[in-house]
Design a binder for this molecule. Structure first.
Ligand code: ZN
Ligand code: ZN
Length: 397
């Protein structure tokens, strides 16, 4: 009897471990709309109003939801009802998806895996997509990585996007969802339609990166580091042992390796004076403003006084990176720069180059993230449960 109970509990825990995590993504939150049309893309879809089941919509039937006064009204071929707070559409099979249109806008129809709930706030509708993590990861990789890359590249993007998502699930907690669908979190426009990405996501299913303390890492990435990545603390003050500056020879011939910006001498000098209070009193001081060549990635511009943080210059002048030289010829000041983006973590174009050279996605990830481990996220859940039940200092998220 005891053995049966033990067996049952073991089977139950294994089932729970294998269950895929669902993420709650706030979608289209930057748009203001009062109408939405949701259709079932395949199979039937159950409809709930304020938690009470109202019926089903069939494939290709649409449920139109409008905000009228302070309540939600909904109509389909066979349904007509109102809800005070929330309408939910849940496909009968978890792997099915929903098609979504905003009748008031020109936005192209989108397809979302998982279920969609519609609520209201501040006189407009708010949408949340509850999506299984692997389908979400595929959608993010499609939006963030683009087309026509090697399978190994899509695999490493899958691991880093999945890790980033799980590490940031508290970002929107006060708003009642976990992540948004914009650049603030990770860009997500719904279901991934590219087979090569879906294959890469499945091949790395559940895999995430953790540090030496088995904590999920901040899997930051950028377009091109210009030949040298940046320490996390150089940009955001917080040090992370896995986000260390490293020389990168792989991105130097890639599309965003170089950039150039020309300003007049007057524009440049008055900007430095106005913004940072640089007022050269001698020839050497003027020279420091007009000609500068970093030997490696610097934090400050040359020998100017007061110090000029390059990250502020990048923000103010909307430069591609903080990694640039300054040369002055006559009345023109030319900034010749390298790379594109903040430079911390994974360099996407360097990683694409490594993948084209035939390197494995695990080697590429370890090239950009120092001393990380690749583990199945379900193992972390197991460690966390152990930790909760024993109260010991074990691995935490
Ligand atoms: Zn966000
Ligand atoms: Zn690079």
């Amino acid at each position: 009897m005891r053995l049966t109970a033990l067996g049952l509990s073991l089977t139950l825990s294994l089932c729970l471990m294998a269950q895929e995590r669902t993420l709650r993504i706030g979608i289209l939150r930057e748009r203001n709309f009062r109408s939405v049309l949701v259709m079932s893309a395949k199979g039937t879809c159950a409809v709930f109003a304020d938690g009470v089941r109202k019926g089903e919509i069939q494939v290709n039937d649409g449920l139109r939801i409008d905000l009228v006064g302070r309540s939600l009204t909904a109509k389909s071929l066979g349904l007509s009802f109102t809800a005070k707070e929330r309408i939910e559409l849940v496909p009968r099979v978890e792997t099915n998806s929903l098609r979504l249109r905003l009748p008031e806008s020109k936005m192209a129809e989108r397809t979302y895996p998982g279920s969609i709930s519609v609520t209201t706030e501040g006189g407009v509708l708010k949408l949340t997509n509850a999506v299984p993590i692997e389908a979400y990861t595929a959608g993010v990789v499609q939006a963030e990585a683009g087309k026509e890359h090697r399978g190994e590249y899509y695999k490493l993007q899958s691991v880093s996007c999945r890790t980033y998502a799980l590490c940031n699930v508290r970002k929107h907690a006060p708003e009642g969802f976990e992540l948004c669908d914009g650049v603030h979190c990770q860009v997500y426009h719904g279901a991934c339609k590219q087979d090569s990405i879906n294959i890469a996501v499945q091949a790395t299913k559940g895999m995430v990166m953790v540090d030496a303390d088995i904590k999920l890492i901040h899997a930051l990435f950028h377009s091109n580091c210009g030949g040298e990545t940046v320490n996390a603390e150089d940009l955001w003050t917080k040090r992370e042992p896995y986000l260390r500056s490293a020389i990168d020879t792989f991105c130097r011939t890639e599309p965003h390796a170089n950039w150039q910006r020309t300003l007049t001498r007057k524009e440049w000098v008055s900007y430095l004076e106005r913004r940072f209070g640089v007022k050269p009193t001698n020839k050497a001081g003027v020279e420091a403003m007009l000609n500068y060549e970093p030997t490696c990635r610097d934090l400050y511009l040359g020998n100017t006084y007061p110090l000029v943080p390059l990250k502020h210059v990048r923000e103010d002048l909307k430069l591609n990176s903080t990694y640039f030289t300054v040369t002055t010829t006559g009345e023109n000041v030319v900034l010749n720069g390298r790379g594109f983006g903040h430079g911390v973590g994974l360099c996407q174009e360097g990683a694409m180059h490594m993948a084209r050279q035939g390197q494995s996605y695990t080697d590429i990830l370890r090239h950009y993230y120092t001393d990380v481990h690749l583990v199945d996220v379900n193992t972390l859940d197991f460690f966390r449960d152990e930790d909760r039940s024993t109260g010991s200092a074990g691995p935490k998220r």
